[in-house]
Design a protein around this ligand. Structure first.
Ligand code: DGT
Ligand code: CA
Ligand code: CA
Ligand code: ZN
Length: 581
């Protein structure tokens, strides 16, 4: 099967990682060349697999050697150099490189001196305090690495992948298989569909009248590096040496039962099965069936099955066995939010701040195309060393926004900023200058490991600032990479309600911040309001809104709690209550 653009890019990312090991450093002229090519390929519109060597080389940013490797991958399904390096460096070493504090040099030293090539080996070596004697390491770095493993909950017996990485693999495989004529319906299930923060394996379900051909295509997909098992209707493979993917092909008449079963969670399924048993039925991955007559009660759609069990359809994100079945039975389930409920985006960047990759016009046009009615442009503020705007630039941006308002009369454009919350809770600029902005988001971008009570006081001080409308990605976590600030969720919630400050639900899959657990706690506090924001740095990231909305469902947040689902008049009134323009 033809390699998708995502598969090509994933192969190049793998090439970067192996090259880092080969070079013993995170950056070299070769990795920089590959990284540059990846950046360039991300904005290619057509199919990379259809491009000739000459066409590839003609892309600005793609050099001769990289172009050759791309052609190797699109014609053979793998890159010779990567295949050779895999012999030297087992895939576990790539996992090790993802741990904060472990660069290529250290990972190579682990292999050379201790024969450690995976997380299980690393854990054992840490327990025996063997790392401190490695060249370039010491007791301190050993402790730091142990702490990172602990904080990130990395377990050797069960390798879990951050949802951001798993989602990109799942989307790629679903899209590839959906192209087959024999595939009718295809959807991912499991923890991914429930929007879990980390994913053990990806579960995909398809319907087809020719299961065998779908299975054959699946095990032969570009990026599949091993086949773990293969039958006539199901198979398990490893993709990119890192992620297990299970595919099951079922009959269309049983799709709903299968989707329900394989979405889980296990405890949600158990509660549903209990309700079925109470009615003299059984529920399994094939159908909801009457025990005595063996007659099928419902099977083809999830809603049919829920309805037969006298329940509304429960969104997958809520299926965690944490009271949702009882709440649904009693009519207390929150109204699930939909992307259409969102009327504005209150946190995104343009190329005015150093890390934005789209222009202001492009971002505004994209927002309008998505049907948004209002936006806040929130470029970084001056305290952020690399990307922040000086006061002079802020005033220039304000003038640019004035001009943009005339070009986009159907969009209400707020001149905002993303402020940086200092360790004591202060923010950028000064009280007088902050009045320049129509709206601000204040976020933690540093000092993530202060003690909990200090973080709580820090956030509370930031919310006391009348210029601060929203606390952006409140913990600052990066799933699988950085645990973020720990704070007293209830105390922050109460203060947010008292000061009229909204708490952000950041839509990026690496963040999903606030967490679902924090949201569940916050919705029990009267008056806490949220802002579901993309924090987009490129027009393509505006579509992340769907993940923030899914995160809201997972946290049982209803649209009445979300300030950017308010009609513009009510939104402006809410905003005006905290700051006087
Ligand atoms: P993961 O892969 O660890 O991130 O989590 P899940 O939830 O995707 O778990 P997985 O892949 O083992 O199984 C997918 C779904 O299939 C799971 O959420 C519920 C269902 N399932 C699997 N095994 C069982 C079982 O033994 N009993 C029940 N009731 N359901 C199961
Ligand atoms: Ca799974
Ligand atoms: Ca599975
Ligand atoms: Zn931001």
């Amino acid at each position: 099967m033809k390699a998708s653009n995502e598969a090509v890019i994933a192969a190049l990312r793998q090439l970067v990682a192996y090259t880092q090991l080969e070079d013993g450093q995170s950056q070299s002229f070769r990795t920089r060349a590959y990284d540059k090519a990846i950046d360039a390929l991300l904005s290619v519109n057509g199919d990379i697999a259809d491009m000739s060597l000459a066409e590839l080389k003609a892309i600005d940013g793609v050099g001769d050697s990289t172009a050759r490797k791309i052609v190797e991958f699109t014609s053979n399904g793998s890159i010779g150099k990567v295949d050779r390096l895999k012999e030297r460096f087992p895939p576990g070493m790539l996992e090790l490189m993802k741990i904060p504090g472990l660069g290529p040099k250290t990972v190579l030293a682990l292999q050379d001196h201790l024969d450690v090539v995976d997380i299980a080996g690393l854990k054992a070596a840490l327990e025996e305090e063997k790392l401190r004697n490695l060249p370039g390491l010491g007791k301190k770095s050993e402790e730091k690495i142990a702490e990172a493993i602990e904080l990130l909950g990395i377990h050797s017996d069960e390798r879990r992948t951050p949802i951001y990485d798993a989602m990109s693999i799942a989307n790629r495989i679903v899209r590839d298989l959906a192209q087959l004529d024999s595939v009718e319906t295809i959807e991912y299930a499991g923890s991914l569909r429930r929007l879990s923060e980390t994913i053990g394996d990806i579960d995909i379900l398809a319907t087809s009248e020719d299961a065998a051909s779908v299975i054959e295509a699946f095990v032969g997909l570009p990026g599949v590096t091993a086949t773990l098992g293969k039958g006539t209707t199901k198979a398990s493979v490893v993709v990119d040496d890192s992620m297990q993917v299970d595919l099951r092909v079922v009959d269309v008449s049983e799709f709903g039962a299968a989707l329900l079963y394989f979405t889980g969670s296990k405890s949600h399924n158990i509660e549903l099965r209990q309700r079925a048993m109470d009615r003299g039925w059984t529920l399994n991955e094939y159908a909801l069936t009457e025990v005595e007559s063996e007659k099928v009660v419902a099977a083809s759609t999830e809603s049919d099955i829920y309805a037969a069990l006298e329940l509304p359809w429960i969104p997958p994100e809520m299926r965690e066995g944490t009271g949702e079945v009882t709440a649904a039975a009693e009519g207390r389930l929150p109204d699930p939010m939909a992307v259409e409920d969102i009327r504005g985006d209150l946190h995104f960047h343009t190329d005015w701040s150093g890390d934005g990759r789209s222009t202001m016009d492009e971002m505004l046009q994209a927002a309008l195309d998505r049907g948004l009615e209002y936006v806040a442009i929130t470029d970084h503020a001056e305290d952020l060393a690399m990307n922040g705007l000086s006061r002079e630039r802020v005033m220039e941006e304000q003038a640019a926004i004035e001009v943009a308002r005339e070009r986009f009369p159907d969009l209400t454009i707020l001149h905002g900023a993303e402020l940086n919350i200092g360790p004591e809770g202060s923010v950028d600029y000064d009280d007088e200058f902050l009045k320049v902005f129509d709206f601000t988001v204040a976020s933690i971008h540093s000092h993530f490991d202060l003690p909990q009570d200090q973080q709580t006081a820090r956030l509370i001080a930031a919310m006391d600032n009348p210029a601060v409308n929203v606390i952006g990605h409140p913990s600052g976590r990066r799933i699988g990479m950085r645990p973020g600030a720990r704070f007293d969720v209830a105390a922050v919630g109460h203060h947010a309600a008292e000061t009229g400050t909204a708490l952000e639900i950041n839509c990026h899959l690496q963040r999903l911040d606030l967490s679902a657990a924090a949201l569940r706690e916050l919705v029990t506090i009267d008056g806490v309001l949220f802002a579901i924001s993309t924090d987009a740095h490129h027009t393509s990231e505006l579509e992340n809104l769907r993940w923030g909305v899914a995160q809201a469902r997972k946290g049982w947040v209803e649209s009445s709690r979300v300030v950017n689902s308010l009609p513009i008049g009510e939104f402006m009134a809410w905003k005006a209550r905290k700051r006087t323009d």
